[in-house]
Every structure is written in structure tokens, then in C-alpha cells.
Design a protein around this ligand. Structure first.
Ligand SMILES: *Cc1c(COP(=O)(O)O)cnc(C)c1O
Ligand code: SF4
Length: 336
């Protein structure tokens, strides 16, 4: 991963979300202090992991103090267990390096995915892109022209997905310029944004962002990423409701993670929190087998059992689709 767009700005020139990121916790020892973690828990933490700790303070504030198994903490805390080599877990489990050209990934019909930024508001330990070579694959290094040219050539593409990293790491000015350029491509109808920012740093949903979503001729779809109901506090819910008012669809994707959300109670409560905030559950992803994340794996039988239980408890529109990504397939593979 690479430094955040605008991260070198002085505090005076930065907006509140940029300040929240500059002030994010980067030191595991500080995180342990803030949360009063017991020494036994501290002993399991990796020093100097290759994918460093990064977590915004407002997310830390949503964690329970003194509880090393808090579901939010588990998503961000680097454990020494990440170093264990586990058969079947590799650096590029989706073989994306082979399909990416100039930061545009074209795997599925009608949709192209643009790696708009290598930076994220948080480092999720289970992330399948934790080992992704962003400096080579970034669409944006200095300008968007190569990526835009690739999209103009792809006449069958009606939807562009901004992904990353997190595309909302871009300043509103740069994001606005990108969206305007995309809107000038006649074949594009929809703009989809995959982002964890509204969950991690709700201040990111500011007037500038809402304005540029309203201004574009493109239909906009926003897909956020929350895994556990405790992530959605009042500030996050308000940010989501503000987004909802400006978009055609507001969806959530989660990753099924052992020790985080592998219970029907957690998943059902998540769906309820989401709909309260105007968000519909979209995907529940099986973990991608990226090296360092094996301790999060949930097996297929347990996963299908959980989703069956959700289906028995919730209205159909609150049950996410359980999917897995298999390299070479023409879409995500539906499990249940
Ligand atoms: C997941 C993904 C998409 C979007 O797939 P949907 O099923 O439409 O959500 C598009 N491109 C790539 C490369 C993806 O990984
Ligand atoms: S899961 Fe999303 S927000 Fe988390 S590190 Fe990966 S790309 Fe970034």
C-alpha cells in the first residue's frame, strides 16, 4: 500500500477526514494502551508486520476496552500468527496481477474495475489485496489518461467500478475530475464506488463528496464494507443516510471472518443495523486465501449453515448472497 493522497498536507490545509487519517493509530503498542489490553494478548502481536497497522481513532472508540477478542479489533490487529505459512494461502489468490492492465481490471461482462487509489482508511488483516503491487497497478499515478483510454476502447462496458485500495482516499477535487472524465465516455451509464471510508471515517461523507455524486449524469451505486453491527454507530449511520439520499443504490459487502462475524446473531444484527442506515446487504464473501489470513477462515459447511439460519430469521432482502471468487470464473460464484 502507498501513502494517502493528501497525507503530506499540513493539518491547516487538510479537511477533517484527512486529519482523522493523519492522526490514525499506527503503533500496536499505542493501540494496546488505548484499549487496556491484557499482557497475554499483547504477546500475540507481530512486531513490524509487512502490512502495517493502520486504524482510525473513531474506529478504536467503537471497540470494547480490555477485550482482545473484540470483533472490530480482530479485523485490524496484526498477530504473529500471520507469518505462519499455510498451504493454499498465497500472495495473489485471485491471480489479479495477470488480468490487470494499467490499473483497469476487466474480469466480468459489462463491468470494468479501476484501481483508483492504493491507499485505505484502515488496514484489514484479511484483505486479499494486502500484497497487491499498487505502485505498478495504480491507474492514477499522475493522470488518468491511460485508464480512461482503456475504458473508451471497451465499448461493452456500461459500468465502471472505482476500487482500490479505497477510491475515497482521493481528494474531492481529484475524484471530481475523474468522475467528470468518466461521465464524458458515452457508453458508461453507471458509476459504482467500493469504499470502506463511510464506515471507518464517516467525516469523509462531506458536502464536497455529496455534491459531486449529485452533479454527475451517471447513476451512482455505492458499496460500503462493514462486517459487524458494532461498526455502525450514530455518526456512521448518519453518514450512510446522507449518502443514501444521493445515490441510486447503497449496498454493503462483508467478509465472513472467524472470530468476527461467524455467528447468525452477529450477521442478523448487522443486516438490521444496515437497513436502519438505508443500506441493503449485497454480498457475504468467503475469505480469499491470501497469505497471513488463514486464521480468519470459515469452512463452507459452517458458512452455508449461517446463511440458512439468516434466511429463516430475516426478510429475504436482508439476507446477503454468500459468494466466493474463483479465478477465471465469469462472475462471483454463488454458494447460497
Ligand atoms: C467483484 C468484482 C466486480 C463486481 O462484481 P459484481 O458481481 O457485479 O458485484 C467486478 N470486477 C471485478 C474485477 C471484481 O472482482
Ligand atoms: S478490505 Fe478494503 S479497506 Fe480493508 S485493506 Fe482491503 S482494500 Fe483496504
Amino acid at each position: 500500500m502507498i501513502p494517502l493522497d493528501g497525507a503530506s498536507m499540513t493539518s491547516a490545509g487538510a479537511s477533517s477526514w484527512q486529519r482523522a487519517l493523519q492522526e490514525a493509530v499506527r503503533d500496536p503498542a499505542e493501540l494496546c494502551r488505548l484499549l487496556d489490553l491484557p499482557p497475554a494478548a499483547q504477546a500475540l502481536i507481530a512486531d513490524l508486520p509487512s502490512f502495517p497497522l493502520l486504524v482510525p481513532r473513531s474506529f478504536v472508540a467503537r471497540m470494547r476496552r480490555g477485550d482482545a477478542s473484540d470483533p472490530l479489533l480482530r479485523q485490524v490487529l496484526p498477530l504473529s500468527a500471520e507469518r505462519d505459512a499455510v498451504p493454499g494461502f498465497s500472495a495473489d489468490p485471485l491471480r489479479e496481477r495477470a488480468v490487470s492492465a494499467g490499473g483497469v481490471l476487466r474480469k466480468y461482462a459489462g463491468r470494468a474495475l479501476l484501481i483508483a487509489s492504493g491507499a485505505c482508511p484502515v488496514h484489514c488483516r484479511y484483505c486479499f489485496r494486502r500484497e497487491f503491487p499498487y505502485p505498478e497497478q495504480l491507474a492514477a499515478r499522475n493522470d488518468w489518461s491511460a485508464a480512461l483510454a482503456a475504458l473508451r476502447r471497451e465499448t461493452g462496458v456500461g459500468e465502471v467500478i472505482l476500487s482500490g485500495g479505497d477510491p475515497l482516499s482521493l481528494s474531492n477535487r481529484r475524484l471530481g475530475r475523474l468522475v467528470e472524465a468518466l461521465a464524458r465516455i458515452p457508453s458508461l451509464q453507471r458509476l459504482r464506488v467500493h469504499t470502506r471510508f463511510p464506515i471507518m471515517v464517516p467525516e469523509r461523507v462531506d458536502e464536497g463528496l455529496l455534491g459531486l455524486l449529485s452533479a454527475t449524469r451517471l447513476q451512482t451505486v455505492i458499496v460500503v464494507h462493514a462486517n459487524h453491527p458494532q461498526e455502525i454507530d450514530v455518526e456512521v449511520a448518519n453518514a450512510l443516510l446522507a449518502l443514501k439520499a444521493r445515490t441510486s443504490a447503497l449496498l454493503n459487502q462483508s467478509v465472513l471472518l472467524k472470530g468476527v462475524n461467524d455467528s447468525a446473531d452477529a450477521l442478523a444484527a448487522l443486516s438490521e443495523r444496515l437497513i436502519d442506515a438505508g443500506v441493503l446487504p449485497y454480498y457475504l464473501h468467503m475469505l480469499d486465501k491470501v497469505a497471513g489470513a488463514a486464521h480468519f477462515a470459515v469452512d463452507d459447511a459452517a458458512a452455508t449453515g449461517l446463511v440458512s439460519e439468516l434466511r429463516a430469521r430475516l426478510p429475504g432482502y436482508l439476507v446477503p448472497r454468500l459468494v466466493r471468487e474463483i479465478p477465471g470464473e465469469l462472475s462471483k460464484t454463488l454458494i447460497l
